[in-house]
Design a protein around this ligand. Structure first.
Ligand code: ATP
Length: 378
């Protein structure tokens, strides 16, 4: 594996400002392309099944080769998405999203509108997603060294810190999970699907059945009240970090009873003063113990029940890079929503709070959450 030194990113002052500027001097039109459906069809052999990379909640993804020879991933949005924008609005919003560029974000190259059809064109990522290569089945799994895990964790944290703290107005991802972390040819992580949840789900309830499918990543205050803050993304990042260090999925029913839930397991190991037992055994002790424990403590810091106690992403970057340490006394009990198997769309208030592991403290979390930054900007 080859790891480039993560370079500094192109920081733009604000999507709107950049867009306005781009509109004036033609820059943005150059970087954001409107593709013809003919070009996308020819890039994918008519969206042939052999070109299909996978399927997600928004539709299917195909691998394509453009006329200039470059590879792209084309997301064919499901026509069932109710909140789909009209053509002009769709293009305008995606064009604004496309100026948000960072070494650790998947680049949106452009889009295509063809009648009711909507397509998104992204840079192609050679090494699929973390869900596939780190947590996937035997035939897809790759061996990740400690250096690779450090590189990936830091990259994801930097990408999120950029969305949360550098882009103005800031952007919440809303759906951080292993399948949304793609890996390029150098195993540099790229956060995918940012901005999409808001763009395509505005008219939906705050919790769709799709999000409920990845319940292990959901911050409790989001699951209960639907109130989103940057700290809900921080919670999901904490879960992801625990997965990266341990090499196991947040919920794994193949494991023995009592071992299913990674966050619970990490909390118990922390209380027993034995966090190191959580590190992926496939590393065969080839990792710096202090650093691995610091990463796991950061994971726990991020999944704390009290959202305001979770660190900002820029602080998470500092902890990961060793600039700042984590004291045991800073870590309080995690919030767990792993027992919820179903949250019904459009009925957030009626969901049975007794199903939450921390139900007794749920309302205090909600109240506390109200003082947080509920802003969604995209
Ligand atoms: N830019 C890309 N390069 C290479 N493969 C990609 C790219 N984007 C997506 N994929 C592949 O397509 C699959 C489906 O992606 P998609 O983003 O639609 O869904 P998901 O992230 O798996 O699920 P969800 O929609 O619930 O977030 C991914 O798991 C990945 O294997």
């Amino acid at each position: 594996m080859k790891f480039p030194i993560p370079c500094t990113c192109c920081f733009f002052s604000s999507p709107q400002k950049v867009m306005e500027k781009g509109m004036q001097d033609g820059e943005n039109q150059e970087s954001f392309r409107i593709f013809s459906s003919k070009e996308l069809k020819s890039a994918t052999n008519g969206f042939h099944s052999s070109k299909k990379l996978g399927e997600g909640g928004f539709g299917s993804v195909y691998k394509g080769r453009l006329r200039d020879g470059s590879l792209v991933a084309i997301k064919v949005l499901s026509t069932e998405i109710e909140s789909m924008r009209g053509e002009r609005e769709f293009i305008a919003e995606l064009s604004a999203l496309s100026v948000i560029r960072h070494e650790n974000l998947v680049r949106l190259q452009g889009c295509c509108v063809d009648g009711a059809g909507r397509y998104l064109v992204y840079d192609y990522m050679e090494n699929n997603s973390l869900a596939h290569t780190l947590l996937g089945g035997e035939q897809n799994r790759m061996r990740f060294s400690w250096d690779a895990r450090r590189h990936i964790s830091l990259g994801i944290a930097r990408g999120l810190a950029y969305l949360h703290e550098e882009v103005e107005p800031h952007i919440l991802h809303r759906d951080i999970k292993a399948s949304n972390i793609l890996l390029d040819e150098n195993f540099t992580p790229k956060v995918g699907d940012f901005g999409l949840s808001k763009l395509l789900r505005d008219n939906h309830s705050h919790i769709s059945t799709r999000v409920a499918g990845t319940i292990g990543y959901l911050a409790p205050e989001y699951a209960i009240s639907g109130r989103l803050t940057r700290k809900s993304d921080v919670y999901s990042f904490g879960v992801l970090l625990l997965e990266i260090v341990s090499g196991r999925a947040v919920v794994d029913f193949d494991l023995e009873h009592g071992e299913h839930h990674l966050v619970q397991k990490a909390w118990e190991a922390f209380k027993a003063g034995n966090l190191v037992q959580l590190v992926d055994p496939t590393l065969q002790m080839n990792f710096p113990e202090d650093e691995a424990i610091r990463f796991l403590k950061l994971g726990l810091l991020c999944v704390q029940e009290m959202a305001k106690l979770r660190p900002q992403m820029s602080r998470a970057v500092k902890i990961l890079s060793g600039e700042v340490d984590v004291k045991d006394s800073q870590i309080s009990e995690p919030g767990l929503v792993s027992d919820i198997m179903e949250i019904k769309m459009g009925q957030p208030q009626s969901c049975d709070q007794s199903t939450f592991s921390k139900a007794s403290t749920a309302s205090s979390t909600q109240n506390q959450s109200r003082s947080e930054d509920f802003v969604m900007s995209f």
